[in-house]
Design a protein around this ligand. Sequence first.
Ligand SMILES: Cc1cc2nc3c(=O)[nH]c(=O)nc-3n(C[C@H](O)[C@H](O)[C@H](O)COP(=O)(O)OP(=O)(O)OC[C@H]3O[C@@H](n4cnc5c(N)ncnc54)[C@H](O)[C@@H]3O)c2cc1C
Length: 202
Amino acid sequence: MLKREDVPDDLWRPDVVLWAGPRTHFVHYPLRRGELYNLVAVFHSDRYEEGWNAEGSKDVLWQHFKMQRPEVLRLLERIDTWRMWVLCDREPIKDWSNGHTTLLGDAAHPMLQYLAQGACMATEDAVSLAEKVAASPDDLPGAFRAYQESRYLRTGRVQIMARVYGEFYHARGVAAELRNQMLRARSPADSYEGIAWLYGGA
Ligand SMILES: Cc1cc2nc3c(=O)[nH]c(=O)nc-3n(C[C@H](O)[C@H](O)[C@H](O)COP(=O)(O)OP(=O)(O)OC[C@H]3O[C@@H](n4cnc5c(N)ncnc54)[C@H](O)[C@@H]3O)c2cc1C
């Protein structure tokens, strides 16, 4: 994370910006009303370290991003300390409940972060679960079944589409050319339509 004053003026943007590259991508966006600037660098790696707060190596990062555009390199070089997360998901399932027990969020549907939806889906789960329990408070197993029925296809779709978006961002060679050609031909309205299944309502 950078402070606002450490971001060069020509690189500061109020939006979420994503730079796609071969087996990498780089995202930045402002936080806290623009006081901070969050940088997220994603790359394919052979290193596997369990946990959520491991130290990331600056050298390894540079190896993966050295071919990226100058705008990306100028932001990367401003960061000395990186935190590293190993990213994992699972196949979608529909049995989240057992009697008086049910799951929500990552426990029910762990997903890759390429659509930035893990916490969003957990929040939607919570709303749906509360509604179903309120509707039949004397039958919790029934309420839990109704909750998972209302959710599993949507969360499964996000799990699968997050993988697809990851492939799309990290494409190389011909696949990258096709991606660029496809995006060039799309208007902003096409893009909104393409993602309406996600943002158009649960
Ligand atoms: C790098 C990265 C970027 C992400 N970006 C986004 C994003 O932009 N947008 C988005 O919506 N989501 C994003 N996510 C996903 C999001 O963080 C998760 O999907 C979300 O936190 C899941 O919430 P949860 O409550 O299901 O699980 P968690 O947040 O993992 O909560 C589970 C809690 O249970 C606790 N716990 C575990 N075992 C026990 C136990 N035995 N007893 C008691 N407590 C226990 C854990 O300590 C933890 O606090 C991102 C994730 C990562 C790793």
